[in-house]
Design a protein around this ligand. Sequence first.
Ligand SMILES: [Cu+2]
Length: 139
Amino acid sequence: MFAREVATISGRPSEDRSSPTEQQEAIQRMKRLIAVLVAVAAVAAAIAVPAFAATKTVNVGPKIRFGTSRLNIKRGDTVKFQWTGKLPHNVRISKGPQRGTISRVKTKGTASRRFTRAGTYTVVCDVHQPTMTMTIRVS
Ligand SMILES: [Cu+2]
């Protein structure tokens, strides 16, 4: 008798009384929820790059070279150029996705540039080219 009751209950599995319209509305709600979650994830990913971004310091000088000839960084990282010694130098990106002057000619201080685009950059000091160049790889 007990077994027959179980069979009767289990023989009518989770009868869904919702109408096809209600089911479509539920699917629409689920789709909207997924769209919101995807949007939230995209915003979080965009914010994550600067959150983990680093700053790397490169010496400018003290003689007619940069402190390193090669530097590998991640997209969103900042390179801080630090003048050392007493010679005048400028810093300019001559090749790469973001070109232009990072600093005019000066003898002391710092100049920073954030690299937001991946690629290979050639950085030069125009005063001491072609000796004073370096390569920055942004991944
Ligand atoms: Cu120089």
